[in-house]
Design a protein. Sequence first.
Length: 591
Amino acid sequence: MYSNAEYDGAVPWPAAGSLLSGVGTVLLLRYLRRHRGKPGANWFLLVLVAQALWCLSYGVSLFVDDPTLRVALEMLTWIGIVWTGVPFLAFGLEYTGRGSLVRTPWFGALLTVPAITTVLVVTNPLHEIVWNNFRIDPIFGAATVAYDLNAWAFFAISLGMVAAPSGTLLRFDTVVSYGPLYRTEALAVGLSTLPPGIAVLAWLLKIEPIPPQLTLAAVMFLPHVALDAYAFVGGGMFTYSPSVRRRADQSAVDALENPFLAVGTDERIVDCNPAAESLFDVAASDVLGDPLEEVTGSTLDRLSEMVVVPDTVGGTRRELAVSTSELRDGSGRIVGHTVLLQDSTEQRRREQRLEILNRVLRHNLRNDLTAARGYVSIAADRADGDLASMLARVHDDVEGVLELSEKARAFERAIESASQSPDSFSALAALRSVAAELEAEAEGRVDVSVPADLSIRSNRELFELAFENLIENGLTHNDADDPCVTIGLERITDDRKAVFTVRDNGPGSPDHELAVLERGEETALQHGSGLGLWIVSWSVTALGGDLEFDTDADGTSVTVRCSVVEPESEEMAEMAGMAEMAGMAGMAEMT
């Protein structure tokens, strides 16, 4: 038995708690208005409006003894109650990136329940569908009321009691799916629904010792508002909406040009992007849930074992490279697989054409040119005058084409060896070997000044090929009286890359030659004079390095960053390299 005598204060505590909750909700609503238009924000603002109406109208009503006015305030309280649950679910759907569900007819049907309830509550004195036997029954000094709830009232409140926890579960899913970026904020908002939800449940079920005429839900909105304020004000929950990441994930799959399928552990399709729909001539809505084998003609095991998959679309044979990967949940358990198919038809055909052209050029053309060079040389020896001069030029041109062929072949051999494990070798020995060979073939000298104990772990063929072409370029295109190319070690980087400098005293590389390398392709109007610099660029890139050219009137300086220095030689190489660079700088000043 409860009586007014149990309360001795001037203001009933249920009214004070309800009004504080209402004021806190209004302040939170005012702060969050700036986020209007963000995913879920508008729905959450509607929830706050309903929550404020609920708390403030209930708090004020506890001071009102007039039956007519008290009924009107109870109606406002009920309108606030029925407009919190379903909008809260809509907020959860939009905030977590599932906003498309809010725009379905099914969700529209859910929204009709609070709308109809609002009309029924306002007109309840006429039909008493929501409640009957309304009476003022004071407790704790407050003008509490008692009445009997009818079926529609239980239905409307039960729907809200289901919708609100569902919105909470969506945010817990966010915690699992997106990790620490949204974890504390999502937990705070999820937990904030528990106090008022438990209070409403206790009121509906008339759980003792709470008086049946007293609803504590409005009071329990105090911790609710505090947790929401932490999440949305302190944590900036609307600043980092998970809907962006969810949409980014889905958009990335949809935008893939390659067919993509996701299957569960039972190998039934759970996702299918537009490219896969086009490839297999199906609609995603028709194949979701179907076995993978029915759509692709193969099981997951056979797909993962196959390198290519033949397919026929529009009468054209296509080959698809297949890549499968496991999908795991937060605990590391396999929950499915992804299947990515890449059309390799054109690539394989291009490789086949290049292979044939390369074989024809390397063998047939090279053999024919070698024979032609021999005949031209014989003819030049037997001719005289202008004819001999012209034949000599033809001989030189043929010789140049054969040299290009040899360069291409040398690069091909080096690239083929790049797949092998790298070797450790002396940088000084490798560079001196290249220098000696070129000094014997071309006019000029090559000075190699790198530490004797500098050990390089890399592909030696590519290393030598790159410097061979740089040295050859510096000597061949050099108009100085004493052509000279100097190679030195500038420094060793923190990631143990060797930085070499190749310097010549020639006229400098033409701008158009370097522009072609920087652009990465040749055009009809701008192209290089040969393969030398291209081979340098390709070789250094294959070694994981890069090039930098510096051309002036005194020659060309090429900085080559490549190769990995062995740890035991790193300190000595760095010291020697610095000393060498200082010596080179002194020589430059003297000259």
